[in-house]
Design a protein around this ligand. Structure first.
Ligand SMILES: Nc1nc2c(ncn2[C@@H]2O[C@H](COP(=O)(O)OP(=O)(O)OP(=O)(O)O)[C@@H](O)[C@H]2O)c(=O)[nH]1
Length: 428
């Protein structure tokens, strides 16, 4: 059997209408991951609805719907192969729930592709482009590539491309601490297919890689197999004749059939009978694997999305309280003691209370600029003490980085992003 290619999880980010869905659709199609008949069908549907040209976006929307119906485990259509990798699209956020998806999605991403409309050079960087990139940075995504899209709308002009590249480099990437010299800026027209999988003949001035070639330049993710097992649960199924099947992505550690496992904060234990990935049984699951696993001794009603599976000798940490370092992305007024917004950590969503504001930090250097501030506002970085209103799993980011990050949501927006730097455990 051919050696399996390493899996690379890539998040597609960018402002509404920049062309994320179209780019992903094009990647899937031109790399042969989509059946041409399906595309024909989608094309007809798009035409019938008066939206010709949208077929690639339809491909993604079709998949999104599929996912919303709960077919989380079936990622077959969201995968494609490059010469080096098996690429999984971990998210392609639309405008509805994009930040929330981004938090659970982007924290899993090994790399991100930022898609921007080349025409944004005229109006300035779009707010969502900034917000997505800021989050990507906070969530620890170090590898990015930029697709400067819709090049067909500016006659494939090098000048327009350079303008956009300069704007992003100076006003966004450098500010966030990325080095633009190490980033590929690919001029694309995803709708037409230029420089996505096929090298464009319309831009002979561009000597760099296509988007697919840029993906192959990313470093493969290191698998944290030596860390304790942690699988945040996305969903739990009860399948007739099989039993209870939790579904999730292995963040750290290794899971094997026969393993005794515990789900926290539920506190229930069971034994793994079998593990499935892409509808096939596998002898062992590793970090990055999206799996369903059949557990004996646990019923569907015992566990739920947001619980974390681990081994009983090193169980997931249920936090009584935790100290966190946060950055306030946007808050209409100010954050004060007693504020209780919803924390999104791995697959959990739990309301948590700000118990103490310990220190205000300089967001660039991390140096303390004020002890016990009275309030925090947009742009502030701080160290704070947090108390969940109900049991939740969170880990010290220094011990298990994959389970230590979170976003804070309130009023339909992402207020802040951060990480737990000290956890007072309930169960240890
Ligand atoms: N001319 C041109 N239009 C494009 C290109 N890429 C995307 N579009 C169009 O731009 C519009 C938005 O594309 P989408 O792929 O839906 O954009 P998105 O970023 O996924 O948007 P959301 O899912 O709404 O966040 C659609 O009308 C596309 O057909 C391109 O390369 N050239």
């Amino acid at each position: 059997m051919a050696k399996q290619k390493p899996v690379l999880n890539v998040a597609f980010i960018g402002h509404v209408d920049a062309g994320k869905s179209t780019t992903v659709g094009r990647l899937l199609y031109d790399s042969g991951a989509i059946d041409p008949q399906l595309l024909e069908k989608l094309k007809r549907e798009a035409q019938e609805r008066g939206k010709a040209g949208f077929e690639f976006a339809y491909v993604m929307d079709n998949l999104k719907e599929e996912r919303e119906r709960g077919v989380t485990i079936d990622v077959a259509h969201k995968k494609f192969e490059t010469p080096k990798y098996e690429v999984t699209i971990v998210d392609c956020p639309g405008h509805r729930d994009f930040i929330k998806n981004m938090i659970t999605g982007a924290s899993q991403a090994d790399a991100a592709v930022l898609v921007v409309d080349v025409n944004d050079a005229k109006t300035g960087i779009q707010p969502q482009t900034r917000e997505h990139m800021f989050l990507a940075r906070t969530l620890g995504i170090k590898q990015i590539a930029v697709a400067i899209n819709k090049m067909d709308t500016v006659n494939y002009s090098q000048e327009e491309y350079e303008k956009m590249k300069k704007l992003l480099s100076e006003q966004l990437l450098k500010v966030l601490g990325y080095n633009p010299d190490q980033i590929d800026f690919i001029p694309t027209a995803s709708l037409k297919g230029d420089n996505v999988v096929k090298k464009s003949e319309n831009m002979p001035w561009y000597k760099g890689p296509t988007l697919v070639e840029a993906l192959d330049k990313f470093q493969p993710p290191e698998k944290p197999t030596n860390l304790p097992l942690r699988i945040p649960i996305q969903d739990v199924y009860s399948i007739t004749g099989v039993g209870t099947v939790p579904v999730g992505r292995v963040e750290t550690g290794i899971l094997k059939p026969g393993d005794k496992v515990v789900f926290e904060p539920a506190g229930v234990q069971g034994e793994v009978k079998s593990i499935e990935m892409h509808h096939e049984q596998i002898p062992q699951a590793e970090p990055g694997d999206n799996i369903g696993f059949n557990v004996r001794g646990v019923s569907k009603k015992d566990i739920k999305r947001g619980d974390v599976c681990g081994h009983p000798d090193n169980p997931p940490t249920v936090a009584e309280e935790f100290t966190a370092q946060i950055v306030v992305l946007q808050h209409p007024t100010a954050i004060t003691v007693g504020y209780t917004p919803v924390f999104h950590a791995h697959t959990a969503q739990v309301a948590c209370t700000f118990m103490e504001l310990l220190k205000k930090l300089d967001p660039r250097t991390g140096q303390v600029i004020e002890e016990n501030p009275q309030f925090l506002k947009t742009g502030d970085a701080a160290i704070v003490k947090i108390k969940p209103t109900k049991p939740m799993v969170i880990e010290n980011v220094r011990e298990i980085p994959q389970l230590g990050r979170f976003a804070i949501r309130d009023m339909g927006m992402t207020i802040a992003a951060g990480m737990a730097i000290d956890v007072k455990a309930k169960n240890k």
